[in-house]
Unconditional design. Structure first.
Length: 272
């Protein structure tokens, strides 16, 4: 009951935070921006408390279910928003990032109870598998942040094309900086995803006698890896910059969404 109340309060404050960021985005309102930052800080603390309470209650790291995994990704996005605001001065990153983070929180709100089955819990207690899932979630979070920076790039590019010179452009940061940030996130996400897939393969061959390597979850996971490897190849091997690379990044993230949400409908190998 305590966690339910804490969760509801977190979502309400998160909604107020997103609204404040939106007001700041439209009107360049300094007070709304400061309010949004402090609300986001409170949301981060409440999310951390929720994780700690869940760990103390279940005695397990809360990544055993799809909802817990999404909550973990939302917490990483909030953390990234605070870091971007404090150290990189990308003020509008908070608005775009927390639209994504809040959407994830709403998804978890409508399905707050998804306890893992006892058999699943026993399987997931393997240290190797826990590391596999944790690293995969970190890579998804990196790709999500890269996607957010790419969307900011397109918005700022449009504003520049329309010659809308105002204070908002300063809060976006330069196009080069946004593109570079997206590149660094993908540069981090690709090896994380590769490591996660290798650990997953090792664990699967160890536990299951017959693994269906044509499972939709496995195929889409490697398609995601391939898409981001091609992104890095274009950036580093062919020196592609600007909108073509940004659009490729957005398409790659759509594959991530398919991997997370759609492939689970058809998979017989993963439960999410």
């Amino acid at each position: 009951m305590t966690m339910h109340w804490l969760y509801d309060i977190t979502v309400i404050l998160y909604a107020a935070c997103v609204c404040s960021f939106f007001i700041d985005f439209l009107q360049n309102n300094r007070k709304a921006h400061q309010l949004a930052f402090w609300l986001l800080s409170i949301v981060w603390v409440l999310q951390l408390i929720t994780v700690v309470l869940k760990v103390s209650y279940t005695k397990e790291f809360p990544i055993l279910t799809p909802i817990d995994g999404l909550f973990f990704v939302a917490w990483i996005i909030v953390s990234a928003s605070l870091v971007m605001h404090r150290f990189f001065k990308l003020y509008f990153f908070g608005f775009f990032a927390n639209l994504v983070g809040f959407a994830i929180m709403v998804i978890t709100l409508f399905q707050p109870n998804d306890p893992a089955a006892p058999i699943l819990g026993q399987r997931l207690m393997s240290d190797l598998l826990i590391i596999h899932i944790s690293i995969a979630l970190l890579s998804y979070a990196a790709f999500a942040i890269s996607f957010i920076l790419s969307m900011m790039y397109l918005v700022e590019y449009r504003l520049l094309k329309q010659k809308k010179w105002d204070q908002r452009l300063i809060h976006f940061g330069s196009l080069a900086r946004l593109e570079q940030g997206a590149f660094y996130c993908n540069l981090l996400g690709v090896p994380l995803l590769l490591i996660s897939l290798l650990l997953g393969i090792i664990r699967a061959t160890d536990v299951f006698s017959n693994v269906n390597w044509l499972d939709s979850k496995i195929i889409t996971s490697f398609l995601v890896l391939l898409a981001y490897c091609l992104y890095l190849y274009q950036r580093l091997g062919k020196n592609v910059y600007g909108k073509p690379l940004v659009f490729w990044n957005i398409v790659a993230f759509l594959l991530v969404l398919i991997n997370v949400f759609l492939s689970e409908v058809f998979t017989g190998f993963h439960l999410w």
